[in-house]
Design a protein around this ligand. Structure first.
Ligand code: FNR
Length: 381
């Protein structure tokens, strides 16, 4: 695969917000709005990013931090930085090289990539183009458990390092913007590539003309009745570490720990499910406190996503007790702007902001970040 020649598209992109602005110019309106939008009146989408503006870091000084250590282990995975790329579907909606380009960029930058069941490149193909890369596979639990288990087995066989089960989606959130734009099915030629031909015969898919589009697809194959029994059932069928994505309450975090999951991802799906769901950063501290109280010797990583737009946002989450962060939409903006180069640039900016933020807060390790104090805007408003 050739690296995009369109180098200028991102030359003026210096912070992640710049990529969104450029992507908006490049993408058809309905695609841009599909990615940027959320459910309901988008209260959650707005709050996810705004909450970071209400928190400030109290920096420490004189603490010898010229070479901060940024790596950690989560499950079986060595992360070079405490962030990875969140799993999201349909990368080809924004760039023709889709997940292959994202995977090559992540490989170059040494960042773990989440691949969705709804990817537009097959999960095996991702491993083939970026065999040395680190990948997690994300699935939903479908009515037909055989399909879910087949996907998990395939991911296991080709070297995915973890399984993420997304549990915030018994149905898909109602996103009025997509209805207004008439965006109800994948564009011609794009498919959820991870299903086998056999499965394609069984179900009508969102991209096929004779179906009712996304809603029909979800009604037919997603299971709105899943319970803890079902996620435990899938966990029993894999030797991969299993992370539950979409935890938002203390009670559910404690259940995930009780049932022996490898860790959790606190997520509201970037505000795409429940329109007025709590911003994840707000529920993080109470979840961390409750879970840490339960822990004996074991390791139970707490990851978080939704609304992270800078390296300093990541520092704030770590200071509040998260182990690592998943980055969502900014990766799609980088991909839309300039393929591999765009994603690499987004990741490079995040790394730089994170390291600079550590040095300027007097942190030489991730443990130092955990000792940082944050102050809320409200305290001096
Ligand atoms: C998503 N997300 C998502 N999550 C998941 O578990 N499986 C999926 O297939 C998708 N697909 C998807 C598509 C698009 C276009 C978006 C924007 C998001 C949610 C994703 O993993 C992550 O939770 C959010 O993107 C995080 O929020 P931010 O960082 O985008 O605000």
């Amino acid at each position: 695969m050739t690296i995009d020649s369109n180098r200028n598209a991102t030359s003026q992109c210096l912070v992640l917000k710049d990529f969104e602005r450029e992507a908006k110019k490049k993408l058809p309106k309905h695609i841009y709005e599909y990615v940027v939008s959320g459910a309901g009146d988008e209260q959650c989408v707005r709050a996810n990013t705004r909450i970071f503006q209400t928190l400030f870091i109290i920096p420490r000084v004189l603490s010898s931090c010229s070479e901060p250590k940024t790596s950690l282990k989560v499950g079986k995975t060595h992360l070079s930085f405490p962030f990875l790329v969140a799993p999201f579907g349909v990368h080809k909606l924004v760039h023709p090289q889709g997940e292959e380009a994202t995977a090559l960029a992540c490989l170059d930058e040494g960042i773990t990539l989440g691949i969705s069941q709804h990817a537009t490149v097959r999960l095996e193909q991702v491993r083939q183009v970026a065999a040395k890369g680190s990948h997690w596979f994300q699935c939903y639990i479908l009515k037909d458990r055989k399909i879910t288990l087949r996907l998990v087995k395939r991911a296991e066989e080709v070297g995915y390092e973890a399984l993420v089960i997304t549990i915030d989606s018994p149905i898909f959130g109602y996103r009025p913007i997509d209805t207004r734009n008439g965006f109800q099915r994948l564009p011609n030629g794009l498919h959820y590539e991870n299903y086998d031909d056999e499965d394609k015969k069984i179900y009508a898919f969102a991209n096929e003309g004779d179906t009712g589009g996304f809603d029909d697809y979800i009604d037919k194959i997603f299971d709105a009745n899943i319970t803890w029994n079902d996620v435990c059932f899938v966990k029993q069928h894999t030797r991969l570490p299993v992370f539950l994505k979409g935890i938002q309450s203390v009670e559910d975090a404690l259940l995930a720990h009780k049932y022996g999951f490898s860790g959790i991802i606190i997520s509201n799906h970037g505000g795409r499910q429940l329109g007025s769901a709590v911003p994840t950063l707000q529920c993080l501290p109470t979840i961390v406190q409750a879970v840490r109280r339960q822990l004996k010797q074991e390791n139970f990583p707490i990851l978080i996503d939704s609304g992270f737009r800078s390296g300093e946002d990541i520092i704030k989450a770590l200071a509040l007790g998260a182990d690592a962060v998943c980055i969502g939409r900014p990766i799609l903006w980088g991909l839309a702007c300039n393929g591999i180069i765009g994603v690499k640039k987004v990741l490079g900016i995040l790394k730089r902001e994170f390291i600079d933020g550590m040095k300027l807060s007097g942190c030489s390790s991730l443990e130092d970040i955990r000792k940082l104090q944050l102050i809320s805007k409200r305290k001096f408003a």
